[in-house]
Ligand binder design. Structure first.
Ligand code: TRP
Length: 466
């Protein structure tokens, strides 16, 4: 087993897993989903799902990895259920698809870091020209992918763990710094109120659905990323407390990202609530609005705050792309006995290539930008959105559903229990373990099953529920 490598410390594992969870999902997607979903109401529902539904699935993934010391495909075989390794293959495909477009968004953020450093705030007004510049974005994307591959190729302890130990504390520091700063801006209190006082009248089925999808994606669940990371820990690592800490860290950073963002929104809109709802619900919010905020801070301060923000975003994205690349890499190492170095660079280049349509679908090519008309959507969606819908949403809910069914009814509760039980449990851990034990066989499969069916019916078959 020595050849597979493993984490050197429990904190290293937790930081790497939290690094996987904390990503563009938290800082780019979460705030605009809050904006579009009625402020704090979305936040409350999101937190509810993260703890009641996602946390048990996370514990199941880590337990499967820890027990088998294998990446997903091999893990199901090792437990004696080779037919269930289909979950592993599905996860593998999800990972390739997610990373192929995620890397492009990461490249936008990484590129903005350099734009801010040079004081190019007006880039915000030309965001669509910026994303359409395939050569420039493609170069940033290539650099980002190669950086990711470099870290992953160095192995679990020397690459992934070390990178997480450096980047995660820095990330937290940068977020806290920006929060303190944004709280000093005029109208900060209006932004905070909008963010923290729930307006449940805005809650629709779509908002609930969005909150669940966001929680699941944000916690990196449903594709075996945590089975893979769990396979690098020892029996001393407590599954329940680790899953709890990772969940808590991820939702805390998402929460903090909101605290940092909404005062900025209130500042640019002069505290106008209607305008706040409009701009904060926009997908391009951080790319189109934030730079104008930075600009209004004056050339020097704006440059500092703006580049820190996009540096932070790039770090968050990097710890996530690392985990996404690790899944197919571990598959090749475990199943195909390919040396880690070769496996990593090979997969990275392959994913870069399948990401090219996503790169071109942000304005450069009409064909990929208006790629497909899905039922129930007003206009054709881009290739990137299409891949996101399949890999980042549909496949993850199917994966999560199957993982819960597998854990509770195929692998069986008694085996799962053995893996999550530990000596000297505190009362809190015992309580959480009891909850996980109960939820994984009932709440998780039911909710994830329903979500999967709804996803397929609405997005692919055009059935409308409203
Ligand atoms: N959770 C990350 C984010 O919020 C993205 C991510 C990384 C992911 N690894 C994953 C999502 C595995 C699903 C599965 O940005």
């Amino acid at each position: 087993m020595a050849a597979r490598g493993g984490f050197n410390s429990r904190i290293g594992f937790i930081l790497a897993a939290a690094g996987s969870a904390v990503g563009l999902g938290n800082i780019w997607k979460f705030p605009f989903e809050v904006g579009a979903g009625g402020g704090a109401a979305f936040l409350v529902i999101y937190l509810f799902f993260a703890f009641t539904l996602c946390f048990p699935v996370m514990a199941a993934e880590i337990a499967i990895g820890r027990r088998t010391q294998s990446s997903p495909v091999s893990a199901f075989k090792k437990l004696g259920f080779p037919r269930w390794s289909g979950i592993g293959y599905l996860g593998l495909i999800s990972g390739l698809l997610i990373l192929s477009f995620y890397n492009i968004v990461a490249a936008w953020a990484f590129g903005y870091f350099f734009e801010m450093l040079r004081g190019h705030f007006e880039i915000a007004k030309h965001f669509s020209d910026y994303t359409a510049d395939w050569l420039k974005i493609g170069s940033y994307a290539l650099i980002f992918m190669l950086g990711t591959a470099f870290i992953v190729s160095r192995g679990v302890a020397h690459g992934i763990e070390r990178a997480a130990k450096m980047m995660m504390p820095l990330l937290l520091l940068l977020v806290l710094g920006l929060i303190i700063y944004s709280l000093t801006l005029p109208n900060a209190n209006v932004g905070i109120k909008y963010y923290l006082l729930p307006d449940f009248s805005k809650v629709t089925g779509a908002v609930v659905y969005g909150a669940l999808g966001q929680a699941f994606f944000s916690l990196s669940l449903g594709m075996g990323a945590l089975i893979t990371f769990g396979s690098y820990v020892t029996k001393q690592t407590n599954v329940i407390s680790s899953a709890a800490i990772i969940t808590l860290t991820d939702v805390s950073i998402a929460f903090l990202a909101g605290l940092m963002m909404f005062p900025l929104v209130a500042y640019v809109t002069n505290g106008d609530l209607g305008a706040m709802a409009d701009i904060s619900g926009e997908e391009a919010f951080i790319f189109e609005t934030l730079p104008t905020v930075f600009e209004s801070l004056g050339p020097n301060l704006g440059l500092v705050i703006g580049s820190i923000f996009f540096l932070l975003l790039s770090f968050a994205a990097l710890t996530s792309t690392i985990s996404l690349l690790e899944v197919p890499t571990a598959f090749l190492v475990d199943e195909k006995k390919i040396p880690r170095g070769k496996a990593t660079w090979g997969v990275a280049l392959f994913i870069f290539v399948i990401g090219i349509p996503s790169l071109l679908g942000a304005g450069a090519s009409q064909f990929f930008t208006q790629f497909i008309q899905m039922p129930e959507m007003e206009s054709p969606i881009s290739f990137m959105k299409f891949v996101g819908l399949i890999g980042g949403s549909t496949f993850l809910s199917i994966g999560g559903f199957l993982i819960s069914i597998f854990t509770a009814y195929v692998w069986k509760k008694s085996n799962f229990r053995q893996e999550i039980e530990a000596e000297n449990e505190s009362a809190l851990i015992r309580f959480l373990r009891g909850y996980v034990d109960f939820a994984i066989g009932i709440i998780c499969p039911i909710v994830l099953g329903v979500i999967t069916v709804v996803t397929i019916l609405t997005n692919y078959l055009g059935v409308s529920f409203s």
